[in-house]
Design a binder for this molecule. Structure first.
Ligand SMILES: [Zn+2]
Length: 697
């Protein structure tokens, strides 16, 4: 483990809060230290307020911020003295603690401070860093973690047995630090420690209640803290301490997991690994269907079939290893306590209900059960699969479990992976603060958890459809023959895939990639099409006619045929929106191939509506007209078509009953809305989006 501190980089950050930002980002850069919102950091600073009084302020990471990307505004300033005194109270509920921290915050609109804020407050050092480092949790997630921590660190760290994070943990650490003050009885020591902390903070020099030789603190089965007088010192102590844990594992042959595989290139966490065969893709889609039924909402399911995941999922001793629990309690919120091994979702859901009922009965206040669907699935054939209410959630769960596999296997080599009890993990999973978040959470976006596929997605109506779907919370596979599609939508919920939809094997390949990324298909938007230069029938070249039919018609048959088995498995029923054309009901001269292809496509869609109704799949058509912000239209073509109707370009643009220009997004909104819940009873419909056409009305 190497320090990433760089003087040139550090010099771009101003002041101690600036350096706090810098070293927090350094921690966040290393996924083996913190993952997705995990870990937190703080700095204690003296500030003069508006009245000229000097105040001691704890700047602590606000919830909702990631260390990797945190900024100064991501640190919530809290009155240090108040935070310390809260930790000294004999009792405080966690909701009260959160409220008190908000009351004592010193910036209006600051995010709620980390629930570990009190712990940061009582640690008598200026800078405090906290991570759930893989190497440290590996060593503590064993039967004899406490002794092993002594072997690794000697007296350089304080070791705290597992206590639920929040007030109880802060209080336990406060008592431990107080008890550590030599030559005093418990109560006097507590008072002295508190006093020492306050006095030390007041002179701005950090605390004195801990010997200088103490560099950090380990929370068994949870993580590690380091502290120091400067940002660099605290950060580099974290690197040093985690490095010692790595060395300890290495010396016991518990670090390198697969020496046969060699070093090899590091895999990206999002690399799906080996492609899915059509049978495997079908199995993934069935599994996603069952998970969504158990969750009573559509879930995105992302899969990782890399050699590492497959090797883990195929371990003969997988049951005892994987059915322990997460590496650190905060992961329970992302991965659930246990993965599903194999594909029996119903049995998992039944076991989850039993787990909830058993532990909720013992809880001091009523609990609301989360949906009983697993978030992690390990399957010997499909590898590691992770579910989430959004594509981002699923990807985060997958990445966390990729680290969990390392922790589990290394701890196993060390003598056995042992984590918290089901009761302790239930307490975390159903923590008051998490339950309150559920109560506060509003309605999810209308298409959250759903997966869509759009063709011709690099421009015009297709691109606007992708945007409309993303805005409604869907994950989208965006296909286009234009290679620029691959970088067009850089976000976890979108997957740009280069694909010639007239080539059957390319469609099969793109679907396999989409299923590996998102798990299934709910919505299909058939948009790709070409519009050749105007030509009278007498001069129409057969090759051109066939090319138009291949793209505008045959490709859609290929897509519909291949997507049908997936759409049947859509939790809310599959939906298809076909982008037709005004030329179907009202053709114009010179565009025979285009008009004929769209008319045939419309008949294909109508027959699909008839055939697929029994599978719960709705098929509707929109007929746009004169949408000029698409790749089909150039200035020249626009001028030519305007001339064909004896209009100038501006008049041609708005030559409809409403006198309004029709834009790509006007068409996309209707197409996507047709796939939404409001049209759940509509199939086989044809909706014009043309500003009103007097030849049709
Ligand atoms: Zn933590």
């Amino acid at each position: 483990m190497r320090s990433l501190w760089d003087d040139a980089e550090a010099s771009q950050y101003r002041g101690e809060l600036g350096l706090r930002v810098y070293t927090s980002r350094l921690l966040g850069r290393d996924r083996s230290l913190v993952l997705h919102g995990g870990g937190n950091t703080s700095v204690k600073l003296a500030r003069r307020n508006l009245f000229g009084d000097e105040e001691e302020v704890l700047y602590v990471k606000g919830s909702g911020w990631d260390l990797e990307t945190i900024e100064e505004s991501g640190f919530t300033p809290v009155r240090l003295d108040a935070a310390r005194r809260l930790a000294e109270l004999p009792a405080l509920s966690d909701p009260e603690m959160v409220e008190q921290l908000a009351i004592h915050a010193l910036r209006a609109g600051a995010p709620p401070p980390s629930v570990e804020a009190l712990l940061h407050a009582i640690l008598p050092r200026r800078f405090v860093d906290h991570t759930h480092a893989d190497a440290v949790v590996t060593v503590t997630d064993t039967a004899d973690g406490a002794e092993r921590m002594r072997e690794v660190y000697g007296d350089a760290v304080i070791v705290i047995p597992y206590v639920m994070p929040g007030f109880l943990l802060a209080r336990a650490v406060f008592e431990r630090i107080a008890a550590g003050t030599a030559g005093m009885d418990g109560a006097a020591a507590a008072t002295a420690a508190a006093g020492a902390g306050r006095a030390a903070a007041a002179d701005g020099a950090g605390g004195t209640a801990l010997p200088e030789s103490v560099l950090g603190m380990v929370l068994l089965k949870h993580g590690i803290f380091s502290f120091g007088d400067t940002a660099r010192e605290s950060y580099e102590r974290m690197i040093h301490l985690v490095g010692l844990a790595e060395d300890y594992l290495r010396a016991r042959h518990a670090w390198v997991l697969d020496p046969a595989a060699g070093p090899g290139p590091a895999r990206a966490a999002s690399d799906p690994g080996a492609p899915l065969s059509p049978e495997q893709a079908a199995a993934v889609a069935s599994l996603r269907h069952e998970l969504s039924v158990a969750a009573d909402r559509p879930l995105v399911l992302t899969s990782r079939r890399d050699p590492r995941a497959l090797r883990f999922a195929r371990r003969p001793d997988l049951d005892p290893l994987a059915l322990q629990g997460p590496a650190t309690p905060d992961h329970v919120l992302r991965t659930r306590r246990l993965p599903l091994l194999g594909r029996d979702v119903a049995a998992y859901a039944a076991a989850y209900r039993r787990y909830f009922e058993e532990h909720a009965a013992a809880a001091p206040e009523p609990k609301t059960m989360l949906d009983p669907a697993p978030r992690i699935v390990l399957d010997p054939e499909l590898g590691l699969l992770a579910a989430g209410r959004t594509a981002a959630e699923a990807a985060i769960a997958a990445e966390i479990y990729q680290h969990t596999m390392d922790v589990v296997e290394r701890a196993d080599r060390l003598g056995g992976y042992r984590v918290l009890s089901a009761a302790e993990l239930f307490e975390f999973e159903y923590w008051d603060l998490e339950q309150a978040k559920l109560r506060r959470a509003g309605e999810p976006p209308p298409m959250a958890g759903e997966v869509a596929l759009v063709t011709g997605a690099a421009s015009g109506i297709g691109k606007a459809c992708v945007e409309a779907l993303l805005a409604r919370g869907a994950a989208v596979a965006a296909l286009d023959v234009d290679p620029r599609i691959e970088g067009l939508f850089p976000r976890p919920a979108a997957l740009g895939l280069r694909c010639d939809v007239t080539a059957e094997e390319q469609v099969t390949g793109a679907l396999a990639v989409a299923i590996a990324a998102f798990g299934g298909l709910d919505v299909l938007i058939l948009n790709a099409g070409i519009f050749p230069a105007g030509r009278d029938i007498a001069a129409l070249d057969l090759e051109e006619w066939r090319r138009v039919m291949a793209v505008n018609l045959d490709a859609n048959l290929i897509l519909m045929r291949q997507c049908h088995p997936l759409l049947r498995l859509a939790p809310r029923g599959g939906r298809v929106a076909v982008i037709g054309s005004k030329n179907v009901p009202a053709p114009g001269p010179g565009v025979a191939a285009y008009s004929a292809s769209k008319a045939a496509l419309q008949q294909l869609a109508r027959v699909a509506a008839l055939e697929w109704g029994r599978d719960g799949i709705r098929v509707n058509v929109v007929h746009p007209n004169a949408v000029f912000d698409t790749a089909l239209w150039t200035e020249e073509r626009l001028a030519a078509r305007a001339a064909a109707y004896h209009l100038d370009v501006e008049a041609y643009r708005k030559s409809n009953v409403l006198g309004l220009e029709v834009r790509s997004r006007d068409v996309a909104e209707v197409a996507v809305e047709l796939c939404g819940a409001r049209f759940s009873r509509t199939t086989g419909a044809q909706i014009p989006v043309d500003g009103g056409n007097d030849r049709i009305i």
